[in-house]
Design a protein around this ligand. Structure first.
Ligand code: ATP
Ligand code: MG
Length: 229
């Protein structure tokens, strides 16, 4: 069943998209849904789980893929010195490689730097609260650092997550970030704790609901990925 808009064409070399953000901002949940949606519309998609090994908290993408079919293979991250080369090798031809990362605390760790220097696009997952906004600064600083040392520096886009549709916070954060020159994605992922909501998705095959925020995000990210030079 393909009810999603047929996606745009990804170049032969493929695209790599990393998801970064504070713990619990929805990175792994989003990636699981993206993979399923992308594969469903015929875009080959895989993922790498670069969440710090040893955290072994429940909810890693790799553990999730043991429980349910996510539509494409999930690779564990190798030693960080090999992350970039492995990311390139595992990116499907004409497809997408999504990279999950461990919680971004105050600044980027070495694994974060390895991932950032190996992807084309970075999606910062950001709940719209003033406190969360401060963290956007440290992600930018990490990208600036890569540029300064002459390393590859990916494009950054921001996804507002865990939003409350009836509150104004997301609109205000969106405007502040946009005014500051950031690219904020049109699609927001609402907090959804209902029985079949995103908060209950872990360990199950993600539900593909046409027109849902996850479906719209999967399309918007493909357009962003294609638009990269
Ligand atoms: N849109 C949502 N609405 C409600 N709950 C959500 C939503 N997205 C994720 N959750 C829940 O919030 C928790 C954290 O989500 P998730 O594991 O995807 O975040 P994460 O950014 O990958 O966290 P970490 O950095 O710790 O790996 C999980 O229990 C998940 O089920
Ligand atoms: Mg996670």
């Amino acid at each position: 069943m393909t009810t999603l808009t047929p996606p745009v064409e990804i170049p032969e070399e493929g695209r790599r998209i990393a998801f970064v953000g504070k713990g619990g901002t929805g990175k792994s949940t989003i990636i699981a849904h993206m993979l399923k949606h992308w594969n469903d519309v015929g875009v080959d998609a895989s993922a790498m789980d670069a969440d710090d090994p040893g955290d072994d908290e429940k909810g890693s993408l790799l553990n999730w893929s043991d429980e349910a079919d996510l539509g494409g293979p999930i690779y564990p991250a190798p030693n960080r010195a090999k992350v970039r080369e492995r990311l390139i090798a595992y990116t499907p031809k004409g497809g997408v490689m999504a990279v999950d990362t461990g919680a971004w605390v105050k600044r980027a760790g070495n694994m974060h730097f390895a991932v950032l220097s190996g992807v084309d696009l970075v999606v910062l997952t950001l709940p719209p609260t003033p406190m969360e906004l401060e963290r956007a600064g440290s992600v930018l600083a990490a990208l600036d650092h890569l540029e300064e040392v002459g390393a590859h520096s990916p494009r950054l886009v921001i996804a507002l997550t865990l939003t409350n549709p009836s509150a104004k916070a997301a609109d205000e954060t969106d405007k502040d970030l946009t005014d500051a020159g950031f690219k904020v994605l049109r699609t927001r992922i609402p907090r959804s704790d209902a029985q079949d909501g995103y908060g209950q998705a872990y360990g199950k095959e993600p539900r593909l609901v046409p027109g849902s925020p996850m479906a719209l995000l999967s399309e918007e990210l493909l357009r962003e990925a294609v638009a990269l030079a």
